[in-house]
Design a protein around this ligand. Structure first.
Ligand SMILES: CC(C)[C@H](C(=O)O)[C@@H](O)C(=O)O
Ligand code: SF4
Length: 470
């Protein structure tokens, strides 16, 4: 029987398999950030252990860092960042800290540095580690006690998950993005549709995506409950990786690519589940509720909870509408926004910023809107500045910030005030996610940029040459 991409990567990393017990897996890359690592390092110290493979462990600072220059005033954030610096020094771990020029959101810098590679097992104390699966790596989030285990042993106990193929049918229509693709899919399969599975994304629409767009897809895997998302490595993957600081070079590169080619699922591979999502009629997506599956096309309306058959869904929708301050039947295009956030590990890479800048160029942010662009890494920020994207955003009235998680979650000074409504390119719209009482609508970078200009949701496909909505 043929094997899947997942089977191949998993099988290569088995250290120990015993009946009835979890499998002990070898971990190729362990990414570390300031929030989920302090207790893990403390555990090592208490038991007098070292980091087993410091050279396979890489740390950065992202969640807590302020995105405006100047000292950190929050004492908890300051303590966590200082602890990370001290821990990395003590245990001999490479740290791309604030000011290194290489810092950024952990899921942005791994790929950017070429650390993320096909066939690797990659873990991090962070749920959006699924992002790295875009390269054909097996990548997933772990808890702090597991972080300690990986630091100490470079291995991890795991139960073998089920496999699922999510096949996109048809090509992505013009003007649509990877964000619309994944939000649309989550809307169809539901936020627990992937539970217990490692999902492989495939189909014409996936093959046509760039690496950065594939990362947007895999990033949101965790939002529909799957353990990890993977995409088979192909020429797009290899072209992206070639020449990156930690990618293999010379003869090693040739050997690596040959090996990576062998990872794709076999023709006759069998998955435990197979789901198809037709994308041919997809429109730009906007979430209206408090989970990413509560999503409709921008051309649509806020759903009426009373039309939902399942009582749990009905209650959840009623509660979401109340929290979001929306009415059933309200047109999405009539929803006004106070804030716009372009950033996060979902959509803060250079292509995202280029796409948003293309919508913004020569136009002005609606005077009632406060809009923020936060590059995912110091490298993305530099590149954007070299390309003049910062000028486009600043001239339009956006703020241009330093790299970090920023307004994706309320762990640093970038937060919404209670009741404020935000068009956000991030991945979570839970209650309070961007600040207590804040209201989040998840969208693509293009849609966020257009919302900033018009102060409400507009269909990016319909903007005329002067940027006016139809
Ligand atoms: C802080 C961290 C543990 C958390 C995660 O695991 O995802 C954060 O990155 C998030 O997006 O909510
Ligand atoms: S950008 Fe948001 S989703 Fe990504 S790691 Fe940071 S907090 Fe988590």
């Amino acid at each position: 029987m043929g094997r899947t991409l997942f089977d191949k990567v998993w099988d290569r990393h088995v250290v120990r398999d015993a009946p009835g017990e979890p499998t002990l897996l070898y971990i190729d890359l362990h990414l570390v950030h300031e929030v989920t690592s302090p207790q893990a390092f403390e555990g090592l110290r208490l038991s007098g252990r070292k980091v087993r493979r410091p050279e396979l462990t890489v740390a950065t600072m992202d969640h807590n860092v302020p995105t405006l220059p100047g000292p950190i005033t929050d004492t908890m954030a300051k303590a966590q960042l200082e602890a990370l610096r001290a821990n990395c020094e003590e245990f001999g771990i490479r740290l791309y800290g604030t000011g290194s020029g290489r810092e950024g959101i952990v899921h942005v810098i791994g790929p950017e540095l070429g650390l993320t590679q096909p066939g690797k097992t990659i873990v991090c104390g962070d749920s959006h580690t699924s992002t790295h699966g875009a390269f054909g790596a097996l990548a997933f989030g772990i808890g702090t006690s597991e972080v300690e285990h990986v630091l100490a042993t470079q291995t991890l106990d795991q139960r073998r998950p089920q496999t699922m193929l999510l096949e996109f049918v048809g090509a992505l229509p013009p003007g649509l993005t990877a964000k619309d693709l994944i939000l649309g899919a989550i809307g169809q399969v539901g936020v627990d549709g992937g539970v217990g599975h490692v999902v492989e994304y495939a189909g014409e629409a996936i093959a046509a995506l760039t690496m950065e767009q594939r990362m947007t897809i895999c990033n949101m895997t965790i939002e529909w409950g799957a353990r990890a998302g993977m995409i088979a490595p192909d020429e797009t993957t290899f072209a992206y990786l070639e020449g990156r600081p930690f990618a293999p070079a010379g003869a090693d590169w040739e050997r690596a690519v040959e090996d990576w080619r062998s990872l794709a699922s076999d023709e006759d591979a069998v998955y435990d589940a197979h789901v198809r999502v037709d994308v041919r009629d997809l429109a730009p997506q906007v979430t209206w509720g408090t989970n990413p599956g509560m999503v409709v096309p921008v051309t649509g309306t806020v759903p009426d909870p009373s039309s939902l058959r399942n009582p749990d869904d009905r209650t959840a929708a009623e509660r979401a509408l109340e929290y979001m301050g929306l009415r059933p039947g309200q047109a999405i295009a009539d929803i006004r926004v106070d804030r716009v956030f372009i950033g996060s590990c979902t959509n803060s890479r250079i292509e995202d910023l280029r796409a948003a800048a293309a919508v913004v160029a020569g136009r002005k942010v609606d005077p009632r809107v406060t809009a923020l662009v936060v590059p995912g890494s110091a490298q993305v920020r530099r590149q954007a500045e070299e390309e003049g994207l910062d000028r486009i955003f600043l001239d339009a009235g956006f703020e241009w910030r330093l790299a970090g998680c920023s307004m994706c979650l309320g762990m640093n000074p970038d937060i919404l005030a209670p009741g404020e409504r935000c068009a956000s390119t991030s991945n979570r719209n839970f209650e309070g996610r961007q600040g207590r009482g804040g209201r989040t609508h998840l969208v693509s970078p293009q849609m966020a940029a257009a919302a900033a200009l018009h102060g409400r949701f507009v269909d990016v496909r319909e903007l005329d040459a002067a940027g006016a909505p139809a």
